[in-house]
Design a protein around this ligand. Structure first.
Ligand code: KG4
Ligand code: ZN
Length: 355
């Protein structure tokens, strides 16, 4: 089976062709990071327009690189949610239109399901069952994965996502958007023990996360270093020395890494699973990778990651999720997109969708 995958949920246009026998045949990725950088975050309307401009030529380019005619595809998979509604609709309308023209099925893919299946793109893919830690800019969750399509969300964030916490802290330190990779590079120059930051939710039972308290604690530290009064706004990066910024970055990263690692250990213990899959943009963080590898080693468990470019948004994971879904009987031809769509549930009814 050969599937075209289309990702347009946020600020990356991703297109790929995956073949169940031959693996990934071709892929292309266009990042809009430069377009949004001057605004310090993703501007939804600009994102939709850029997807619209890039998608059709990218599909043409990928089909050519895969040496595949559109008629030879078995299905078109697209990210149907969750994400920015306008951005989702560009991909949904294009994919379902193409599917209708070709008289092939369109497969709506859950963006977080695609993230958690991304390690299956690798030669050394995990067997089921496993626990997945999904940590991206919009989501932080722990999922017990029994098999393709059998997901139980066992922990989630009560406020900010892990990537969001990285991005906001980075902004506070005057680092460019998106802040995660920049903050993690800066952290390497710093001393993680200089500031005692909270390890959110570790003293409470359960697998949920909360990062807003950590964000506030970092803000207090930065204000103090800047000598800014309590009722004044902080000045991003302004009066901090390079060493101060690096030490804040390192202390913040250590707090978030320890929190995520302990929650993963708890999730493995609670479910009795022996495999941990880490996916989503924050999964590219090397300190997190090292800590999880150590924690899993201690328990005799194994940790699996997709390579960094499959951790962040891409078309390959959507094409692969489409193949795995279709093979397990999950076809359908809904048109539309659901900006809110709980993992492990069917695509919401049309009245709850936007089209
Ligand atoms: O999965 P993703 O590409 O997009 C979403 O679906 O959100 O994740 C993007 C997030 C951003 O918040 C970005 O700052 C973060 O992942 N990120 C990182 C790293 N690389 C990307 N955070 C920490 N360390 C990194 N190396
Ligand atoms: Zn994502």
């Amino acid at each position: 089976m050969r599937v075209l995958g289309i990702e347009t949920s946020c600020d990356e246009t991703g297109v790929a062709v995956y073949d169940s026998e031959q693996g990934l045949l071709a892929q292309a990725l266009h990042s809009q990071v430069a377009r949004h950088a001057e605004y310090g975050g993703v501007v939804p309307e600009l994102a939709s327009r850029d997807h619209l401009a890039k998608l059709a030529p990218m599909v043409e380019q990928v089909l050519k690189a895969a040496d595949t005619r559109a008629e030879a595809l078995d299905a078109i998979a697209y990210t149907a949610g969750p994400g920015l509604v306008g951005a989702l609709l560009v991909g949904a309308c294009y994919a379902t239109g193409l599917a209708r023209a070709l008289d092939k099925p369109a497969i709506p893919v859950h963006h977080m399901e695609a993230h958690l299946l991304a390690p299956m793109l690798e030669a050394d893919a995990p067997d089921y069952p496993f626990v997945a830690l999904l940590v991206s800019g919009g989501h932080s969750m722990l999922v017990d994965v029994a098999a393709v399509g059998r997901y139980e969300v066992i922990g989630t964030t009560l406020d900010d996502a892990a990537g969001e916490a990285f991005d906001k802290t980075a902004k506070l330190l005057g680092l460019p958007y998106p802040g995660g990779p920049a903050l993690s590079a800066l952290a390497e120059q710093g001393t993680a023990t200089r500031f005692a930051l909270p390890r959110p939710m570790l003293n409470r039972p359960g697998l949920d996360f909360s990062f807003s308290g950590l964000k506030t604690a970092v803000l207090m530290v930065v204000r103090e270093l800047q000598g800014v009064a309590g009722d004044q706004p902080p000045r991003p990066g302004a009066t901090l020395s390079d060493q101060d910024r690096a030490d804040v970055a390192a202390s913040f990263q250590a707090a978030i890494v320890e929190t995520l690692t302990r929650k993963c250990e708890r999730a493995l213990e609670q479910t009795g699973r022996e495999r941990l899959v880490v996916a989503g943009g924050v999964g590219a963080n090397s300190a997190l990778r090292a800590a999880l590898a150590q924690a899993c080693d201690r328990r005799g468990a194994r940790v699996y990651y997709p390579r960094p470019e499959y951790c962040t948004d891409n078309g390959a994971m959507i094409a692969l999720a489409g193949v795995l879904r279709a093979e397990s009987g999950g076809r359908g031809l809904p048109i539309g997109a659901a900006p809110r769509w709980p993992l492990g549930t069917p695509l919401p009814e049309r009245r709850k969708r936007v089209a």
